[in-house]
Design a protein around this ligand. Structure first.
Ligand SMILES: [Fe+2]
Length: 456
């Protein structure tokens, strides 16, 4: 039997409105915390050519909210001259060019996003959440919540690139019980056979997660935990960056051109390594998942370790498939929304948690920390599922399909629960390192090593 995850209870309009307002407010609290943490000159400065000035992200968040909710759904007139829309169109100007644009200044940006939000809350009260596909179960409001949360994660990456005194702080993540990770097997066998990948039931799922469909995988082993700093340190110490055997041709060329010798933000500290994290230099914690590695580095590490990256389908089967029922869950632990005891999400801790810190977040097969901590690179390129339909606009996903991007899964400590679930797909260039990305490894199961392929 192949069945999609079912939702707990379809919400009535009033409960949906409460959930939407809570989602909008949580997203705005993050945007505000990340932009209020620095002064105005810092907000308009470009901290890296890879990133927009923070003030661009802020006004862009408000502009998307205005375009979709006030102008499309509400039929309202523009708040600002329509030329402003062009400045905040992510497809018109690359990030590197944005600082030179006549952007709204910090005060104007804050005023604008507050004005938009006030009118959106007003509109939500009088808009029936059905009758139009865009509004069904509050989808377009959910899309805007996810959009702002995705930019909050992008802004957090800008903070990581920013030089200068630290301005962000958060409590440390939970600490695993002593020896908890070592007590578990290092890898888990996932039986081959079909499972349900993607979703047709999740109301706020984006077009690239749809529809639910049957995917088949051969039996494979997957790491119980993401690869840690300690694991990765061994690859570095073994000369992994100087040995072309471990790298793909494109990866080796990139490693040479960029002079890569270790993950981004690692710093030499005598014979060992330290790291810079949001402006603080600290000892490199061996038991935390490695972060800030590009796809090429993850791929090279896996080859050095005699392993490989999982495909996207393998990752999702390990995360969602329940062998007892044959059903795919919303999350590894079940269908309940994430909570702080199960996953490190939402910028609550501003760092990955040590492996073993979330035993109650593990999958039925015993794979840990699939959700939260670090995005996980997969070997797969970004494509549409069978039956894919671009919606509500091609630029959300479809224009990125092809061989250019690799898929990342599972979300990071910087991602919010609103924009992270078992089916959620992220994608980026294989050279990107400023994102909060790590990985785990997999390998084919040998014949006879696996239970008979096929679902129960
Ligand atoms: Fe955007």
């Amino acid at each position: 039997m192949l069945t999609d995850a079912t939702l707990n209870q379809p919400l009535d309009d009033e409960a949906l409105r409460v959930a939407i307002v809570a989602g909008l407010e949580r997203a705005r609290a993050r945007s505000a915390a990340l932009t209020d943490a620095v002064d105005d000159p810092d907000l308009v400065r470009q901290h890296s050519p890879l990133m927009s000035p923070l003030v661009w992200d802020l006004a862009h968040i408000g502009n998307q909210e205005e375009l979709w909710l006030l102008r499309d759904v509400g039929g309202r007139d523009p708040i600002l001259p329509e030329t402003v829309d062009r400045l905040y169109d992510a497809f018109r100007y690359p990030r590197a060019d944005r600082p030179a644009l006549p952007l709204l200044d910090p005060a104007e940006s804050r005023r604008y996003v507050a004005q938009v939000r006030g009118r959106v809350v007003d509109l939500l009260e009088r808009t029936p959440l059905n009758g139009r596909r865009l509004l069904d179960q509050g989808f377009v409001f959910g899309m805007i919540v996810q959009h702002e949360q995705q930019h909050a994660e992008t802004m957090l990456a800008t903070h990581q690139l920013r030089l200068g005194a630290p301005v962000l702080d958060a409590p440390p993540p939970p600490v695993p019980a002593p020896g908890a990770a070592r007590a578990l097997p290092s890898e888990v066998l996932v039986p081959g056979g079909p499972f349900t990948m993607g979703t047709s039931a999740e109301p706020w799922a984006l077009d690239n997660e749809r529809p639910a469909h049957r995917a088949d995988v051969a039996p494979f082993w997957i790491d119980t935990f993401p690869v840690t700093n300690g694991d990765y340190r061994a690859f570095v110490a073994d000369g992994g960056y100087d040995d072309a055997r471990w790298w793909s041709a494109a990866g080796w060329a990139h490693r040479q051109a960029e002079g890569l010798v270790a993950p981004q933000f690692w710093l030499r500290d005598g014979d060992g390594w330290a790291r810079r994290r949001f402006g603080r230099v600290e000892p490199l914690p061996d038991d935390e998942p490695v972060v800030h590695v590009c796809w090429y580095e993850a791929d090279a590490y896996a080859r050095w370790a005699g392993r490989r990256l999982p495909t996207e389908a393998e990752w999702e089967k390990a995360a969602r498939w329940d062998p007892a029922t044959g059903r795919s869950r919303r999350y590894p632990w079940g269908d309940d929304d994430p909570d702080p005891g199960r996953a490190n999400l939402g910028q609550r801790h501003l760092r990955p948690a040590a492996v073993g810190a979330y035993p109650s977040g593990s999958s039925p097969l015993g794979v840990h920390q699939l959700i939260g901590d670090v995005w996980e690179w997969t070997s797969s390129t970004f494509t549409g599922y069978p039956g894919f339909e671009a919606w509500p606009y091609r630029e959300y996903s479809e224009v990125f399909f092809g061989d250019t991007y690799r898929v990342l899964r599972g979300g990071s400590f910087g991602a919010d629960a609103a924009a992270c679930r078992g089916t959620f797909r992220n994608w980026d260039h294989p050279v990107r390192r400023q994102i909060f990305a790590g990985f785990r490894c997999a390998r084919d199961a040998a014949p006879g090593e696996s239970p008979t392929p096929g679902s129960p």
